[in-house]
Design a protein around this ligand. Structure first.
Ligand SMILES: [Zn+2]
Length: 412
């Protein structure tokens, strides 16, 4: 348990951070994609200095970095903690009006003036939260627990470590912009953030510990046609739309997002655009297993070749495949202490770890591709990217406890 004072600090920090509108903008070319992210970055810089951290910096891209040296010579490891400043472009994060519900009694929660409800009929996890203090928005915006709960948890953990002079290892902290649009991490100062391993504090339900994610690539397939007046097209017209429809039929019908879960991979036709003259199909390719992932890419390549050979097109179809991110497990498995430490810390504070694969990517996946193991830890939040987002204060306390416990580096 953390003290009442610390609990109040945690809540106040969270409520303050969600008052910043930090929504990221899709298709942005540079970070930060919104001014609010820089404002929050500056605020956090001020607070990190107040907490006594060293080398506190904000880059022009709104990446905040700071360092807290170990206060015990026996604790030689350096552990990183990362959370993101932005909120999802899918739902407004402007003028968030949080509501604190003490001792949730179960049943529906009416948001704001009552036009929106969060109901356990849809969200069965709510049954586990009875008796806890929940924070919701008013039904007009998201809450921003993704990822301001993570930021508040990291800041509160640092504050407690400092106040109580708890022995801890070297700590690096980073708050990053534009995670939701996959942009900010490209500005991450790897050279300044040297550590043995790091954690993103960006998961959901209490106990979540994630260190496996999809390998991901995007394939673009381009078809070229020839447009002729349809009345006189016999033997002359080549319809790129029909070619694209025919090509789409070659994919296994069950290997799509709407029919897969757990560790099953897929091909996802994400976009189909064009006209008779030219069509572009965009496929997302996803698989946890490296070999299967390579096979999926090879499958598309071979199908394009076959299709070209069969059709004898004047202008053959073109294929472009680009890797997006890789399964972080390929790196994390070489740093098993990163998982063991998180597991032990959770158990020490009475939280049952639940290891889950992420059917997506995280900033940690990008960092893994640069060689830094970076599992993801729960924040106590739910229904991210939605007006129904909520966070449990007890869940947030649990995260603070887990962070503190990890930084003690017991058993390392
Ligand atoms: Zn997030």
């Amino acid at each position: 348990m953390i003290s009442q004072i610390d609990k109040t600090e945690l809540l106040e920090r969270f409520l303050h951070y969600v008052s910043f509108d930090t929504q990221s903008k899709p298709n942005a070319k540079h970070s930060p994609s919104s001014v609010g992210q820089m404002k929050l970055a500056m605020q956090l810089q001020k607070e990190l200095i107040q907490l006594g951290l060293e080398n506190v910096e904000v880059s022009k891209y709104a990446v905040v970095t700071a360092f807290l040296p170990a206060n015990d010579p026996n604790l030689t490891k350096t552990i990183g903690l990362i959370a993101h400043l932005d909120t999802s472009p899918q739902c407004s994060g402007k003028n968030v009006r949080p509501e604190v519900i003490e001792q949730y009694r179960g049943g529906d929660i009416a948001l704001g003036i009552g036009e929106e409800f969060i109901s356990p009929v849809y969200y069965s996890f709510m049954q586990k939260l009875v008796g806890q203090t929940l924070i919701v928005a008013d039904g007009t915006t998201l809450l921003g627990a993704d990822n301001k709960a993570g930021i508040a948890e990291i800041m509160t953990a640092l504050s407690i470590l400092q106040k109580e002079n708890i022995p801890h290892c070297n700590i690096r902290v980073a708050f990053t912009p534009d995670e939701e649009i996959g942009l900010g991490i490209h500005y991450f100062p790897m050279e300044k953030f040297s550590c043995d391993w790091a954690y993103t504090i960006d998961g959901g339900e209490v106990g979540e510990l994630e260190y496996e994610n999809f390998n991901a690539a995007t394939a673009k397939v381009r078809f070229f046609g020839r447009s002729i007046h349809p009345g006189y097209a016999k033997g002359k017209m080549v319809n790129a739309l029909t070619l694209a429809c025919e090509f789409q039929q070659i994919f296994p019908v069950d290997e799509v997002p709407e029919k897969t879960d757990g560790k099953a991979g897929f091909y996802h036709l994400e976009d189909f655009s064009g006209d008779i003259e030219q069509v572009e199909l965009t496929y997302l390719i996803r698989d946890f297993d490296e070999q299967n992932f390579a096979q999926r890419k090879a499958f598309i390549k071979s199908q394009v070749e076959k299709f070209n050979a069969k059709k004898g097109l004047k202008k053959p179809i073109e294929l472009e495949i680009q890797d997006s991110y890789q399964n972080m497990y390929d790196v994390v498995k070489n740093v098993p202490q990163s998982i063991e430490l998180a597991d032990r810390a959770m158990k020490a504070v009475g939280v049952k770890p639940s290891h889950k694969p992420i059917r997506g990517g995280t900033d940690g996946a990008f960092l893994a591709s640069k060689g830094l193991a970076c599992p993801n830890i729960f924040t106590g939040g739910y229904n991210f990217h939605s007006k129904h987002e909520l966070v449990s204060l007890q869940g947030m306390e649990n995260t603070v406890q887990v962070i503190i416990e990890m930084l003690k580096c017991k058993g390392l």
